[in-house]
Design a protein around this ligand. Sequence first.
Ligand SMILES: Cc1cc2nc3c(=O)[nH]c(=O)nc-3n(C[C@H](O)[C@H](O)[C@H](O)COP(=O)(O)OP(=O)(O)OC[C@H]3O[C@@H](n4cnc5c(N)ncnc54)[C@H](O)[C@@H]3O)c2cc1C
Length: 389
Amino acid sequence: MVNYILATEEQKDLAMNARSILEKYLAPRIEEFEHADDGHGVFSREILQHLVEAGYYGMGIPEEYGGLGLDLLTQAIIVEEMAKVEAGFTFSAFNAGNFFPLILKTGLSAEEKQTWADKILAGEVMGCFALTEPSAGSDAAAMRTTALKDGSEWVINGTKCFITNAPNADFFLIAAWTDKEQKPSRGITFFFVEKERGVKIGKKEKKMGLKLSETSDVILEDVRVPEDHVIGEVGRGFGAALEVLNEDGRIMDAVCALGVGQAALDHAIDYAKVRKQFGKRIIDHQGLGFLIADMQLRMESARALLYQTVDAICQGIATHHLTSSVKAYVTDSVMQVTTDAVQVFGGYGYSTEYPVEKYMRDAKIFQIFGGTNQIQRMIIMRDLAGKPQ
Ligand SMILES: Cc1cc2nc3c(=O)[nH]c(=O)nc-3n(C[C@H](O)[C@H](O)[C@H](O)COP(=O)(O)OP(=O)(O)OC[C@H]3O[C@@H](n4cnc5c(N)ncnc54)[C@H](O)[C@@H]3O)c2cc1C
């Protein structure tokens, strides 16, 4: 069931269809994929292909390039429904196919851009966004990766870490200093880099959750790219990065988290209606019933804030701090709801036999990546104080 009550029938149909694809092909194999690769977990390109065939991969790619050109609101409704089935796979699949707007900002020819759109829409390629480095997380400007000009080429050197989809990626959006004398907003540039230019994949993370989304280091040693691989303008990479992190990034992080929270709540309600203690259903014990009512309240308010903001983005009137509010509020709410879902299940909630412990593990990361929730609060605070971001 689509929980956003203002969704149109068409949006509901699209979302339910995407969900049914994941229920059919992915749901029976979640445990297998979580434990695969010695417990690191794997992303399945085989399952991705089912989404590709139905048009859900790269679903925001404009119609003139052959995509569905779905707006952010419709994509959010679809992704929330998919994340109810499995958040890691959904997060990775959505991300990997969603970087075409940045490819459009390169100097590649119209034909080359069309070729990339075709490859994404055919499910042949996955992309990833590489900003974080070992000593540069929240403080992204502390990055050490550099790109130096050599004739008509840029030569990139550096190591990125915690990069979603890197182990499966065919192209990378890499942030590098092009002028260390400048401040970050003038000295950092983003590059579009194909894997075959010599990008190496390093250590793959073994994570507590979101295991169906693979994460690893990315190593660049004298990787050369032509000038037309610059995204936007040289030295203005932070602008391009913030665009991705701000609207699509933060919102879609929150959307995925919302799906996890709703799945946890749905399971908790179902369980509380059948589990009996002291001769009655646990939902009928007021202490536990109020806990579930609070879970519902958190989900309803998180969803309302999220979709109002998506609407504002679609109308071009969202502010910086609105998307930060969504990211922090929704993901904090979902962390609480998934933790409470484990409580509703009691000891069984702590057992891997039931899905709620997985929801709790998956929920945690959404408070961390895409800018931690402390950083989101910093953005809100600076915005309210009238300071530049
Ligand atoms: C599974 C996963 C996937 C990821 N995917 C990607 C990706 O695809 N691309 C990418 O570039 N990065 C990715 N990241 C990296 C992620 O964005 C960073 O982990 C995150 O930004 C935090 O950086 P950090 O881990 O270095 O923590 P730190 O920056 O070291 O922060 C540690 C703690 O200090 C707090 N803190 C830091 N500075 C302040 C401050 N000024 N005020 C208050 N508190 C502060 C933080 O909120 C946090 O609680 C991913 C990470 C994970 C775990």
